[in-house]
Design a protein around this ligand. Structure first.
Ligand SMILES: Cc1ncc(COP(=O)(O)O)c(C=O)c1O
Length: 466
């Protein structure tokens, strides 16, 4: 069998037997249509072009197409060529994808995609491309595009009180990637254990473990993580969400912030600050970044996933000098990179004030949602208690006596809701059992028009689970 590329407008990779090219073309086409590699609705190359690419007579290609037309695999459209026919999805395949069962995603922390500033982003993308030099369009620097690092340094100092110069900024593919790079750097210099909040993002614990660090749970109470225990925990680093503990919703108290800075100073430990939704504080008492208290020991991390969208795929770290080479070495080792054009567009968006506008618009929208959420719940399920609503785009909902998290998850799924109980965020079984049944409800993701429907479905799920 010989390999042939048929570059007839459509890149068609077919394996042909040189001794029976026509027969093997027919077989190959039938196979790729049937297994879906050549998708329904794809236009096939013109017969003349395909024949020339494969070195066979045009008539032979016409015959093959005709046979497949006769079998119903292809269809001819007058004046526009030959296409793979659309076929109805077989019954047993319809609806097997679990994700399609959920109409409303209320998992903690997802933003409202319908609020994405499309026109501003389009303008920023256009500007980025128009201004890109040929150097910009090459491989980007591992630490990120200079204009974005500068824009972020200015923004983070102004909006979050971070102590930062552009040189300290490393741009990554979201906070998740930053975490992996920092964890890898800590492990590479001999670190073994990292404290994590006992409630948190399961994926982040997995990222740490994959980098070779053992996550050690740190209990969380009304003042945030119990950082006094860091000394006895014998850890090299700690991952925290100081502005708005994820997902329990409390800020790290002033006393604990001071104790954390002292721990870092005394032990040389590294604090990884996940400031995932620091911009979204609703009661006017914005809490600045912890990083300003211990800039030499803290990696400050943020993300564009909340104020714009996870689809933008950009996060950032403000990395202290002692870790910067290690973080960039991880980047080289893992081959990771961040899309340069998107970085340039984000720089343009921040410089134009568009990023701030998006944050302000969302803050207003989420504040209104928070109020409606509270009012609808007070009406529909007055014995469920809402906790941690002063910030962010999720809250906790302590369930009425006798109602379990599992029953509400199940009843929610029947109503098209996707959300989890608090136990699903726990780092270990003891933590999972330590609080009364509570749901984590993200109120950011449903589109504006369906928000009320989502809250009504939450209330109905609690009712059904009683
Ligand atoms: C606690 C927490 N940190 C960080 C992030 C952002 O991660 P990324 O930038 O990888 O999207 C999220 C997103 O849901 C989150 O919930």
């Amino acid at each position: 069998m010989a390999d042939d590329w048929a570059n007839s407008g459509l890149d068609l990779h077919v394996l042909l037997d040189p001794r029976r090219k026509v027969g093997s073309l027919e077989q190959a086409l039938r196979a790729v249509i049937d297994d879906g590699s050549l998708a329904a609705g794809t236009r096939l190359p013109a017969t003349r072009a395909l024949a020339a690419d494969l070195g066979i007579a045009r008539n032979s290609v016409v015959e093959v197409y005709e046979r497949l037309l006769g079998e119903g695999r292809l269809e001819a459209r007058v004046g526009s060529g030959t296409w793979v026919r659309e076929r109805p999805v077989p019954r047993q395949q319809a609806g097997v994808d679990r994700s399609t069962r959920f109409e409303l995603d209320l998992r903690g922390g997802l933003p409202d995609a319908s609020a994405f500033p499309r026109s501003a982003w389009l303008a920023a993308m256009r500007q980025a491309l128009a201004e890109a030099s040929s150097t910009t369009l090459g491989y980007g620097a591992p630490e990120g595009v200079a204009s974005l690092r500068l824009a972020l340094a200015e923004y983070l100092a102004r909006a979050r009180g971070v102590r930062v110069r552009a040189d300290d900024v490393v741009v990554t593919h979201g906070f998740g990637e930053l975490l992996g790079l920092v964890a890898g750097a800590v492990a590479a210099r001999g670190g073994r254990r990292i404290a994590v909040e006992a409630y948190g993002h399961g994926t982040h614990r997995e990222v740490l473990a994959a980098a070779g660090l053992e996550p050690v749970p740190l209990q969380v109470d009304a003042d945030g993580a119990q950082v006094a225990r860091l000394h006895e925990a014998g850890v090299d680093a700690v991952l925290l969400t100081p502005a708005h503990q994820f997902p329990t919703g409390v800020p790290l108290s002033a006393g604990r912030r001071a104790a954390l800075a002292e721990w870092a100073g005394v032990t040389g430990g590294i604090v990884i600050e996940d400031d995932y939704d620091g911009e979204f504080r609703f009661d006017g008492r914005s809490i600045g970044a912890f990083q300003a208290l211990a800039p030499d020991s803290t990696v400050y991390g943020g993300t564009a996933s909340k104020a714009l969208s996870p689809a933008v795929g950009i996060g950032w770290g403000v990395v202290p000098a002692s870790l910067r080479d290690g973080v960039l070495a991880q980047r080289r080792r893992t081959g990771s990179a961040t899309d340069v054009i998107t970085q340039s567009a984000l720089a343009a968006l921040i410089a134009s004030g568009g990023y701030d506008r998006s944050v302000r618009t969302l803050r207003t929208r989420y504040r209104a949602r928070r109020e409606r959420f509270e009012a609808l719940l007070a009406e529909g399920a007055p014995d469920a208690r809402v906790i941690g609503l002063a910030a962010g785009i999720h809250c906790l909902l302590e369930l009425p006596e006798g109602v379990s998290e599992a029953a509400v998850v199940e009843a929610g799924a029947e109503r098209g809701l996707r959300f989890d109980g608090l136990a699903a965020y726990a780092a270990d079984a003891a933590t999972a059992a330590s609080r009364p049944p509570t749901m984590v409800v993200g109120f950011g993701a449903p589109p504006e028009l369906r928000f009320e429907q989502a809250v009504v479905a939450v209330v109905a799920s609690i009712e059904a689970a009683r």
